[in-house]
Design a protein around this ligand. Structure first.
Ligand SMILES: C[S@@+](CC[C@H](N)C(=O)[O-])C[C@H]1O[C@@H](n2cnc3c(N)ncnc32)[C@H](O)[C@@H]1O
Length: 308
């Protein structure tokens, strides 16, 4: 498709309306679901980065401000950057109550508009999974540039080294197997990584790793920008101490796997829906219930009528 040849027009097309923008960021079909999933992600980010009221924080690939909406009230300045002006329009509207936010539309895959050493902390969730590895790496170099020495970075990428991560990858592989070999691959298709790749990229880009989590479909990394007298051991001890708050929980992974099974026809949606009725199983249940319901509504042709 001619109009989907670069990241910018791909994501602008995905975010052609506010509703489609919500769906494109994480499958949330409404504000309520985006608040639930945004709070979950913001909790991970806050713990990973040890967010403080005085921090200047950068989000790369902010989308509709799903996470920024929760983070902005807790910090001195929150800057949302994105390649898509349509995404930024939705985020700007959602965060209009906050005076301490800024937005930067990126012309291409770099942080060129942002000054060297201008942020204390940065994060990037579900963004590097949608770009070529070269762009992922170059963004890490640029993040090292815009962070102050000693600044902290948190991000995630799909983890093909985990069992559930591999099943998510296999879903893509099966679609590829039956695709037209002459068709150009989507520029923003899901890309998969493994922990070793993340280690190498961070080291080469000028970061010291403080925590790498890989027991879920995600590789999650916390790293510190080199070049300061920061006590690496203390930062690693801190990261270890918050690892349970940063990691995707076993229940999250189990429910995500169940969604893959529904998507691949191995599990009836009604069975998962029944499992999602019991809130006492964990805080993830209400979030997954809303999330799954939205997915079901978008798949009624194959899954049958959604329960509500
Ligand atoms: C799946 S969404 C995630 C949004 C947000 N991080 C969240 O978790 O809600 C991916 C976002 O990354 C943005 N994006 C994709 N490619 C990008 C690139 N090369 N540079 C900057 N942003 C990009 C998209 O426009 C979109 O808003």
């Amino acid at each position: 498709m001619e109009s989907q040849k670069n990241y910018k027009n791909f994501w602008n097309e995905k975010a052609a309306t506010p509703t489609s923008a919500f769906i494109a960021v994480d499958g949330s079909t409404n504000e309520e679901t985006a608040r639930l999933t945004g709070a979950y992600s913001a909790h991970q980010v806050s713990a990973a980065l040890d967010l403080q009221p005085g921090d200047r924080v950068l989000e790369l690939g902010c989308g509709v401000g799903r996470i920024g909406h929760e983070i902005a009230p807790r910090v001195a300045h929150w800057e949302g950057t994105d390649i898509s002006s349509n995404m930024i329009d939705v985020a700007r509207d959602r965060l209009k109550a906050h005076a301490n936010v800024g937005f930067t539309e990126l012309a291409r895959s770099d942080l060129q508009p942002l000054a060297d050493g201008s942020f204390d902390k940065a994060y990037c969730v579900a963004v590097f999974i949608h770009m070529d590895k070269e762009d992922f790496y170059l963004y890490l170099e640029d993040l090292a540039r815009v962070l102050k020495p000693g600044g902290l970075l948190y991000f995630d990428v799909w983890n093909m080294a985990s069992a559930v991560g591999w099943r998510r990858y296999a879903f893509e592989i099966e679609q590829h197997r039956v695709s037209d070999p002459a068709a150009r691959k989507d520029v923003a298709r899901n890309q998969f990584s493994c922990p070793e790749e993340v280690r190498i990229f961070l080291d080469r880009a000028g970061f010291d790793l403080t925590l790498l989590l890989s027991d879920s479909p995600w590789v999650q990394a916390i790293a510190v920008r080199r070049g300061s007298s920061a006590d690496l051991e203390a930062l690693r001890n801190y990261a270890d101490s918050v690892s349970a708050r940063v990691a995707y929980s076993p229940l999250w992974t189990e429910l995500f796997d169940a969604i893959i099974n529904v998507a691949t026809g191995k599990l009836a949606p009604e069975v998962l829906w029944k499992d999602l009725a019991d809130d006492s199983r964990g805080e993830e249940i209400p979030m997954f219930r809303e999330w799954f319901l939205g997915l079901w509504k978008g798949n009624e042709q194959t899954w049958g009528k959604a329960p509500r």
